[in-house]
Design a protein around this ligand. Structure first.
Ligand code: UDP
Length: 327
């Protein structure tokens, strides 16, 4: 299949391009390079453009005639989305609308969409299955929920086939070191812990140690980016005209912040200074997926997602391959 990968120069997008190429598909990266990296474009052609630029997007669809689109192109900082909601709606919702309309104009009938466990907000039931009520608590989460609704409506009205993949906590890096995570600013726990191990940061702050969890720190379901990439490839084959489907992508196992830091100390052999800090607003104590629908529907299961492997691959990427640590 020829697959246009919008946001293919980003973290999850570049790993997915590699997985597509390895599975015999042809990725075409469409990226504005606002947050993506030119070094991450290694698999397939590159077309520079913005999702909201219908003319460029249309010309690219006309030139390459892809069978499907995977859409990673979006803004993904929860805190920024609270400060700049209009910008988030313009890019994440407006950009998706332009993409849906342009795909329709060019007869591209299948889309796999990056969604998020942020669409669930703070559910009172764990683990979270796909029927858990979606009630996002941030503008970012709301842009993803609106995106799912737009896709579902376009499937019903225009025969699009779409799959939304609700990621839990994406982490880790390509085992061969060909791509990895580089965000600026970095806000995610595991890269920050590893930066503290590398001495690039003085310490890691733990946002809240008094949660109602066994060790008092928040529990998340960390899923290796290589497993996420494989799920996108699998999702292409379940896009069916007129049908919208959503799948959680997680392991079903939660890991606390303290456990992540303990693993990181063991793997890096470094002392990681820890500083207790106050809770970060909007952080639920526990977010763990029930991913059994993906197991049945996508024939997918995580193969790389132990906390040890996630931290090991992320550490190798940071120290051996990228050799540049973003502050
Ligand atoms: N976290 C932390 N210190 C940091 C960054 C994150 O204690 O410097 C915590 C955060 O409050 C959450 C967990 O680590 O409980 C995972 O946060 P991250 O931002 O990586 O992902 P999120 O769960 O917010 O998507």
């Amino acid at each position: 299949m020829k697959v246009l990968v919008a946001g293919g120069a980003g973290y999850i997008g570049s790993h997915t391009c590699k997985a597509l190429a390895e599975a015999g598909h042809t990725p075409i990266v469409y990226d504005s390079l606002h947050t993506g990296h030119s070094w991450a474009i290694k698999w397939g052609a590159f077309e520079r453009g913005d999702l909201n630029d219908a003319a460029t997007l249309g010309a690219v669809l006309k030139r390459h005639r892809p069978d499907a689109v995977i859409n990673f192109a979006a803004l993904a900082y929860v805190g920024d989305s609270v400060r700049e909601p209009n910008h988030y709606y313009r890019v994440n919702v407006g950009g998706l609308l332009t993409l849906i309309e342009t795909m329709r104009a060019h007869d591209v009938g299948a889309m796999v969409f990056s969604s998020s466990c942020a669409t669930y907000g703070e559910p009172d039931r764990q683990p979270i299955d796909e029927d858990t009520r979606q009630f996002p608590i941030s503008p970012y989460g709301r842009t993803k929920l609106v995106g799912e609704m737009m896709l579902s409506d376009a499937c019903a009205a225009h025969g699009l086939g779409a799959v939304a993949l609700r990621y839990f906590n994406a982490a880790g890096a390509d085992a061969a070191g060909e791509t990895g995570e580089e965000h600026d600013p970095e806000t995610h726990l595991i890269p920050l812990v590893l930066q503290a191990a590398a001495g690039v940061r003085p310490h890691i702050s733990i946002f809240g140690s008094d949660y109602d969890t066994p060790d008092g720190t928040c529990i998340r379901d960390y899923i290796h980016v290589t497993d996420l990439a494989a799920a996108h490839v699998a999702a292409l084959s379940v896009c069916a005209p007129g049908k919208f489907a959503a799948f959680n992508l997680g392991t079903g196992t939660g890991t606390s912040i303290n456990e992540i830091i303990t693993h990181a100390c063991a793997i890096t052999g470094k002392n990681i200074p820890v500083v207790p800090a106050s809770r970060r607003p909007g952080d639920p104590p526990r977010l763990v997926a029930n991913a059994s629908r993906a197991a049945a529907g996508l024939k997918w299961r995580p193969l790389h997602s132990t906390p040890e492997n996630i931290i090991e691959t992320a550490w190798r990427w940071m120290t051996e391959h990228r050799q540049r640590v973003v502050k």
